[in-house]
Design a protein around this ligand. Structure first.
Ligand SMILES: Cc1cc2nc3c(=O)[nH]c(=O)nc-3n(C[C@H](O)[C@H](O)[C@H](O)COP(=O)(O)OP(=O)(O)OC[C@H]3O[C@@H](n4cnc5c(N)ncnc54)[C@H](O)[C@@H]3O)c2cc1C
Length: 452
């Protein structure tokens, strides 16, 4: 049984006899997936086949080959896993002329005689638009199931939260009700007679920017994600609270790309972490990031229409930044100078090189990286745009609510409080290299990024 608070019905059309379609989008995994489980329950109750459909957009908020590659390798595995359970997988490659994923899905649902469609939840604008389009034109019901958040975004809070301190009690109040093991998705009784996806063609047909190359340090897919999680729990979680702010120690989980593509369920991560023998302090520190901070980001994007724009920043922060917008800067760089790691600061350049070459920046350095973009850009608005552009272009976990809120926190005081006023930053929390030196061996971090 899926808690009804996880489910929203997006249109009023009547159910028909026909296959149940799970329109997979943000939650790209088979197990521990509320949306797929809900679709399977419907299919079984109606005695109908179940199909999983992925509509591959021809572009997605500036995603490059690096991110498409990771995602498609994960989807390729999903086709195999589903095949073992007699569940068909269909990949619809949308051309720029096709009218977009919502239209494509509607066409497929019509031609395959679907009885109802289930999809997963995302607060991002583009995803909401696809669903609105599909909901308006589908002749069968469209259900949306929040399979990403542990406490469904709409149940957690009905408004934009000011800070983790206002959100935390709301989450904690409901956590016990939602953080429950899910039953497994099971094999369907009849084989799905569907054509296999021609993956070679899918990769070849991609018309995205291929100059940003795939990474090879993290294996994509649901199975690899599970193995990675278990290694993290046994090897790193016990010292998470001690080492997480040291970029040379690699003490964090490196799970964000798996979570971003939904190749891993946050609920499953939380359950496995809770039941591990790691010290309570480390478990609590990790679960604060995984649950409170991560779900606070979805809350931000769900309730702030301008989550990816300077205008979305809190009023006090914008006012303060604007009062300091003409302050002299220690240095000024263009977006291209930032991109090519050509600043005067070896530590900043090292973080940017980490991003360029590995598709990530350690969480602690990510804050420093964004704050220096604020310090060395001609205006706070340009800083916001540059940081978001670089993050989304190069980071494997980019275009995530965490990215929008992370940039807005660093540059625009989102979910933070006003600090002592200082040049350029105004009342935004400041960070400098001396602070980094006190936390970790900066030279070791720089050397690591310079030698690759
Ligand atoms: C400027 C800036 C940009 C960022 N861009 C992104 C982004 O594009 N995508 C992204 O997923 N995260 C982003 N973050 C948040 C955070 O830096 C990463 O989630 C984290 O570094 C990922 O590494 P990890 O999986 O080893 O984290 P861990 O420390 O192991 O944390 C576990 C999980 O908790 C969540 N989490 C951790 N820190 C945060 C946080 N501050 N806010 C929200 N959730 C958090 C992530 O899902 C993460 O995988 C950004 C932060 C900043 C300051």
């Amino acid at each position: 049984m899926i808690d009804p608070r996880c489910i929203s019905r997006l249109n009023e059309a009547e159910e028909k006899r026909g296959p149940v379609i799970y329109w997979m989008s943000r939650d790209q995994r088979v197990q521990h997936n509320r949306a797929l489980l809900f679709a399977q329950m419907k299919a079984k109750a109606l005695g109908q086949p179940l199909r999983v459909v992925f509509t591959l957009a021809s572009s997605f908020i500036g995603a490059t080959y690096r991110q498409y590659h990771f995602m498609l390798e994960g989807l390729r595995e999903i086709e195999l896993l589903l095949g073992e359970m007699n569940i068909g997988f269909v990949l619809l490659q949308c051309s720029p002329q096709s009218g977009g994923p919502g239209k494509e899905l509607e066409g497929y649902a019509g031609s395959s005689g679907a009885g109802c469609v289930v999809t997963d939840y995302s607060p991002l604008r583009i995803s909401r638009q696809w669903k609105q389009q599909a909901a308006a034109s589908l002749k069968v019901p469209l259900y949306e199931v929040d399979a990403h958040n542990i406490v469904p975004c709409h149940a957690a809070s009905g408004k934009q939260e000011y800070a983790a301190r206002t959100f935390r009690p709301k989450i904690n109040r409901l956590l016990g009700e939602f953080l429950q093991p899910l039953q497994a998705v099971e094999a369907m009784p009849h084989r799905a007679e569907l054509q296999k996806v021609n993956w070679r063609e899918v990769f070849a047909n991609l018309s995205v920017d291929r100059t940003v190359e795939p990474i090879d340090w993290l294996k994509p897919g649901e199975r690899a994600a599970g193995e990675h999680l278990r290694r993290f729990i046994s090897e790193k979680l016990p010292r998470y609270s001690e080492l997480r702010n040291d970029p040379t120690a690699e003490g964090t989980s490196l799970l964000s790309a798996y979570l971003h593509f939904g190749q891993l369920s946050a609920a499953q991560v939380a359950l496995e972490v809770q039941s591990s023998g790691a010290p309570e302090e480390s478990k609590a520190a990790f679960l604060e990031e995984l649950i409170v901070r991560r779900e606070l980001s979805d809350n931000y994007c769900a309730h702030q229409e301008q989550y990816d724009a300077y205008e979305g920043l809190p009023g006090w922060a914008r006012q303060s930044l604007e009062q300091h917008s003409l302050d002299p800067r220690e240095a000024l760089y263009s977006p291209q100078e930032f991109e090519t790691a050509a600043t005067h600061d070896r530590l900043w350049n090292a973080a940017q090189k980490e991003l360029l070459h590995t598709g990530r920046i350690h969480g602690y350095m990510r804050m420093y990286w964004a704050k220096k973009i604020l310090e060395w850009s001609p205006s706070p608005r340009e800083a916001f745009e540059t940081a978001l552009w670089l993050n989304d272009r190069y980071a494997l976990d980019g275009r995530d609510p965490n990215g929008y809120s992370g940039v807005a926190w660093s540059i625009g005081g989102l979910h933070d409080r006003p600090w002592f006023e200082r040049p350029v930053y105004g009342k935004i929390r400041y960070m400098n290299a001396s602070g980094c030196r006190r936390k970790f061996n900066v030279e070791r971090y720089i050397a690591k990024q310079e030698t690759g």
